[in-house]
Design a protein around this ligand. Sequence first.
Ligand code: 4AD
Ligand code: MG
Length: 433
Amino acid sequence: MPEFHRIEELPQRVGGETVVVRGWVMTTRSSGKIAFVALRDGTGYLQAVLSKKDVSAAAWDAFGKLTQETSVEVTGTVRADARAPGGVELTASDLVILGPSVDFPITPKEHGTAFLFEHRHLWLRSRRQVAIARVRHEVIQAIRDFFYERHFVLVDTPILTGSIGEAAGHLFAVEYFDLGTAYLAQTGQLYVEAAAAALGKVYCFGPTFRAEKSKTRRHLTEFWMVEPEVAWNDSDANMRLQEEFVCYIVARCLERRNTELAELERDTAPLERVRPPFPRISYTDAVAKLTALGSDMAWGRDLGGDEETLLARQYDRPVMVFNYPRAVKAFYMKENPADRRTVLNNDMLAPEGYGEIIGGSQREDDYDRLLARIREEQLPEEAYGWYLDLRKYGTFVHSGFGLGVERTVAWICGIPHIREAIAFPRTLYKLWP
Ligand code: 4AD
Ligand code: MG
């Protein structure tokens, strides 16, 4: 294949040199003598200009056959044009069709959400979806860089697991040879706890699965979660780490993905305010605050989506709600010695109605209390022998949290529903494409 250039490289190629670009046609228009092709190749957007008198009859003829999403190869020279995307335009000397495209289903007119998701494999090509994908990529790279710079070790945890990580009611089960039932991981946490005793500061990052029949705009059945776990961090240090982490991710997107955020028409002012310190409020105070705001929230219940939104609206940056009732949280959270009805945990609620983006806690490090909790929750004790061992052989104060990638991406992009924050979402209703 002859050499060609990606659109992102073209600003460095302004001048006489001939370049070849391959991409897909977005739109065309022509005045009879001059023709314009708007192209994209994934790395950028480009307008190619053909003038009838300067190109071959074959090239002019090919122009006439272009339809939306035809793949093409365009040869020409790069000209600076301040008004053009990327600051350049291509003066074409040749155009060849590589792959025709007949009746591309997604036209510039408005389509319904159901239709678009049925065509998700094609919808991914739209400017908006490309922008979201690039923000997601930046978020993920920022996550990895944050932990790498702070000397955390990545530990990959299993997806097929024997022990239940979060809520027994929300498991996907698969038959596992002669060993009975395996579950798709709801979390890697129990395993990174083991790894934290080996490596000190660790994290896992991968897909997690929840068979929740939730139809909200915040729930997927398969989502990506990053879970750091730190030996000797208490709940307070855990919250400080979360704050630093979220500020880092948001700052990275503002710095490196401003073009995409502009494409998404994201008002970046609320993101610019994401700086430490984040407000903190205890669950008990949050209930009082919600009640004062007219909510019928009662002490003892978990915060629902509406309560989270109402509470978060009182602040101009993410808020951390700490020390929830033990009864509404997972078995592994450490009991609060100052108030045994609560645990040493926290959720982080994003502003602008995006809800919980982080759930974290200090872990129960006392063998007997952890065993009592496992029994209380009627979890299969034999599956947790290895987990209890961590409290038997040099138990240690440790904390960690999980940040949901899609909720974070949806918030940063300012998109209403998290199903657009992942290329191929899985929900109660979506298994294809
Ligand atoms: O609060 P969760 O369930 O916490 C855990 O799984 C802990 N094991 C984390 C830890 O301490 N290591 O989930 C953490 C985050 C939520 O705050 C949310 O951002 C995301 O994961 N999340 C979901 N995202 C999309 N769809 C769902 N169904 C989600 N459930 C949780
Ligand atoms: Mg949670």
